[in-house]
Write a protein that binds this ligand. Sequence first.
Ligand SMILES: [Zn+2]
Ligand SMILES: [Zn+2]
Length: 409
Amino acid sequence: MDRENYSYSNFRHMVYIRKVKIMADKRDYYEVLGVPKTANDAELKSAYRKSAKKYHPDTNPGDAASEAKFKEASEAYAVLSDAQKRQQYDQLGHAAFEQGGGAGAGGFDFDMGNMGDIFGDIFGDLFGGGGSRGRRGGGNGPIQGANLRTSIRITFEESVTGVDKEIELTLKDDCAKCHGTGAKPGTDPQTCPKCGGKGQVMYTQQSLFGVVRNVATCPDCNGTGKIIKEKCPDCYGSGYISSKKKIQVSVPAGIDSGQSIRIREKGEPGKNGGPRGDLLVEVTVSRHPIFQRQDYNVFSTVPISFPIAVLGGEIKVKTVDGDVLYEVKPGTQTDTKVRLKGKGIPSLRSKTVRGDHYITLVVQVPEKLTEGQKEALRTYDKSMIGEVHPETPVTPEPPETKKKKGIFK
Ligand SMILES: [Zn+2]
Ligand SMILES: [Zn+2]
């Protein structure tokens, strides 16, 4: 089944869900669906299906109260049917998904793809399973185009500063010759005789509970309600022309590998005057030879020489801002960790908020020395006799033996 057929419907739910402000009087999700807190997945699904059927805008055209109920139930189901979100909700309530709220980073993101799964799953069996293009006003209402997905790779530096990229993509557009109808100019698409232009056909089925009426997408017109007798020569009846398009992608500073950028209305064209779908660009950040990222913090290892470790001194440390000077304290041990405050990655939410840069100072042991340098080291070593000398530890005699010796002396 073509999941993209659901996109218009999904889009409306999405818009609503994104616009929802967490209000004090927001109802408990379990209460909305009328299930106990212990409800399992099947119970949730069944409860949601029941309210969806009852309040679906197609069943109650123009009824704002029903639509609000439908959206409320859809939102509740979207959260409770996702194990991770449900757990967050159980712990924190609605606050779990408030922007910048208690749940903090990685809070709550209604992903269009996931919503597609949810609604596809539910409506797949709710509306007869034959695709749903005809569901909206018999295929004559506006339908948003499907979303497109693509990916780009950027450097570590670009993820820190943000970057504008241009990508090339094959996009469909309404055919200019037939204006998207798919019919040869001068001819018109005919109303489908099978479904009378509704895009849906009804059929009855005998079941245990009596005769059941079912609705399915019209097989003749594939839900469009129209039949094209003479096809447009430019688009061969599809109504679309594909062409390569250059699209500007503005990658924000602070983006991490795996995150996506949504570019509105650069997806597939809509139908019947509906808006285009969106383009989702997944970003992959290349590995950096020195820096590693975790959340908004940067980690790196900085080699220091033995004399600097012993005597202290100024060193240059590479950061995402370029080289910075750092004063090594005398007597610094290897593996000493230092925080360079505010030298990390800028937050996606606010450019003025930045993570930190943690460096690990590692003392380097020289491998190639001149005879003179070796001699100097030997002199140094001799001067250390009587000092703490961890390189050649003198194995102390076990204290017990000493004692015995003392007794039998
Ligand atoms: Zn055409
Ligand atoms: Zn038809």
